[in-house]
Ligand binder design. Structure first.
Ligand code: SF4
Length: 93
């Protein structure tokens, strides 16, 4: 096995896809008031409330759990899996 000790002990490993796999329609979020919901439901804290009232998206930290896809009001979030081979890899603890 190769890699540093922290890499070897990590439970999750990310192969970052430079192409974002999550987009937020800021106008739809504003219209539906979904911002606080998005910030609250994501276990990886991907969505953040920005000072200007928009929702930030740190898509690289996504755990691909699908919660936002299931609970976000229609049209607020465009989500798809990262391209093949990219994204999170879960490892045994
Ligand atoms: Fe967060 Fe899960 Fe949505 Fe990824 S799929 S952004 S981890 S709620």
């Amino acid at each position: 096995m190769i890699g540093s000790v922290p890499e070897r002990l990590a439970k999750n490993r990310y192969d970052l896809d430079e192409e974002p796999h999550i987009e937020v329609d800021q106008e739809a979020v504003r219209r539906t008031g979904a911002g606080p919901l998005l910030v609250r439901i994501c276990p990886a804290h991907v969505y953040t409330a920005e000072p200007d009232g928009t929702v930030g998206v740190a898509w690289a930290a996504c755990l691909e759990c699908g919660t936002c896809l299931a609970l976000a009001p229609a049209g607020t979030v465009r989500w798809h899996y990262p391209r093949g081979g990219f994204g999170v890899a879960f490892r045994e603890g």
